[in-house]
Design a protein around this ligand. Structure first.
Ligand code: UT7
Length: 324
């Protein structure tokens, strides 16, 4: 029995924030953002639009594509670092609103790697007896963005993507997943306030410690190294060569990172799925949004060999190899 992605869906809020809009907010320029990141615009959740609202729409589209009902789901895994509330798990809100009456539901926190980590959990559950697991990555990064910090506010966006992972016979499906972490580097990307170490206070709010801080330049270097390493490990574990890949769907953080990784691997850029110009970095949502767009654009077909690659806060990095 294998776990196969039988349907994908995604959703991005309507409001577009272009680089030109950011020029009016912080000391930046469209030229700087485009050249250094590849991002041209990002979507921002509307007032009152929360993580579960985005997730619900992506999930409904994935269920429709998989041609199953919410009541068929055994489990819902939501990868997010921007849930609706600190408690309960946002996955439970989605479970209720979807009408997934039989499903267990919980959130998974692995930042930008969350979707691939959750996919790995779904893979394990499906291969050991579950029939259908819904994996979602949904983020409202705008809620934890310091809109006065040009180092971070130009990078992130909001959105959601989802995949139905089902038990199937045959050779198609998730071939392997690979997960890593190195907590020694936790300070490279962190929201330092608002947790049990430094509970929410007036000081936390005044210093914007409830917002995401990132040492971008150091993160950049680690990202290139770890993405290359885990891609090579993934291919070796499956006795495949880079040439065997039909599409690489990486976490969409910075086009320069992805060009460097592709270059080191000897992978032509045409085989790298890129959509960060339109969405920016949507953390755990970036891979499932890119995956859904690739499927709907016909860039992924039955039998395609697809590799996912992610890195992010923790630090964590992860990959998955799929025969579609
Ligand atoms: O998904 C989570 C994982 N995160 C990432 O993958 C992010 C990885 N890092 C990056 O994508 C890049 O490091 C950044 C895009 C964040 C920054 O690019 P960089 O080429 O590493 O620039 P830098 O941090 O070395 O800064 C270069 C200069 C600095 O000015 P000085 O010190 O040289 O005078 C910055 O202050 O660019 C300045 N700068 C900006 N200028 C205009 C930083 N942000 C901006 C900005 N607009 N928005």
């Amino acid at each position: 029995m294998r776990a196969r992605i039988t349907g994908t869906g995604s959703y991005a809020p309507a409001k577009v924030l272009a680089n030109a809009d950011l020029e009016k907010m912080v000391a930046t320029s469209d030229e700087w953002i485009t050249e250094r990141t590849g991002i041209r615009e990002r979507r921002i959740a509307g007032a009152g639009e929360a993580c579960s609202d985005l997730a619900l729409k992506a999930a409904q589209r994935a269920l429709e594509a998989a041609n199953i009902g919410a009541a068929d789901l055994d489990m819902i895994l939501l990868a997010t670092c921007t849930g609706d509330y600190p408690l309960p798990a946002t996955a439970c809100l989605i479970q209720h609103r979807l009408g997934a009456t039989r499903a267990a539901a919980c959130d998974l926190s692995a930042a930008c790697c969350g979707f691939v980590y959750a996919l790995s959990v779904a893979d394990a559950y499906v291969r050991t007896g579950m029939r259908h697991v819904l994996v979602i990555g949904s983020e409202v990064m705008s809620a934890i963005t310091d809109w006065t910090d040009r180092n971070t506010c130009v990078l992130f966006g909001d959105g959601a993507g989802a995949a139905v992972v089902s038990a199937v016979e045959g050779a198609r499906g998730i071939l392997s997943t690979h997960l890593r972490s190195d907590g020694a580097l936790w300070e490279l990307i962190a929201v330092p306030g608002g947790g049990s170490r430094t509970p929410l206070s007036e000081k936390v709010l005044a210093e914007k410690l409830n917002c995401l801080k990132m040492k971008g330049n150091e993160t950049f270097k680690v990202a290139v190294r770890t993405l290359e390493e885990i891609a090579r490990e993934t291919l070796a574990a499956n006795s495949l060569r880079v040439e065997d890949l039909d599409l690489y769907v990486p976490h969409q953080a910075n086009v320069r990172i992805l060009k460097a990784v592709a270059d080191r691997l000897g992978l032509p850029l045409e085989k790298v799925m890129l959509n960060l110009d339109r969405y920016g970095n949507t953390s755990a949502a970036s891979i499932p949004i890119a995956l859904d767009e690739a499927v709907r654009q016909g860039r992924i077909k039955d039998g395609s060999i697809v590799m996912l690659g992610a890195f992010g806060a923790g630090l964590t990095w992860a990959s998955a190899l799929i025969r579609w």
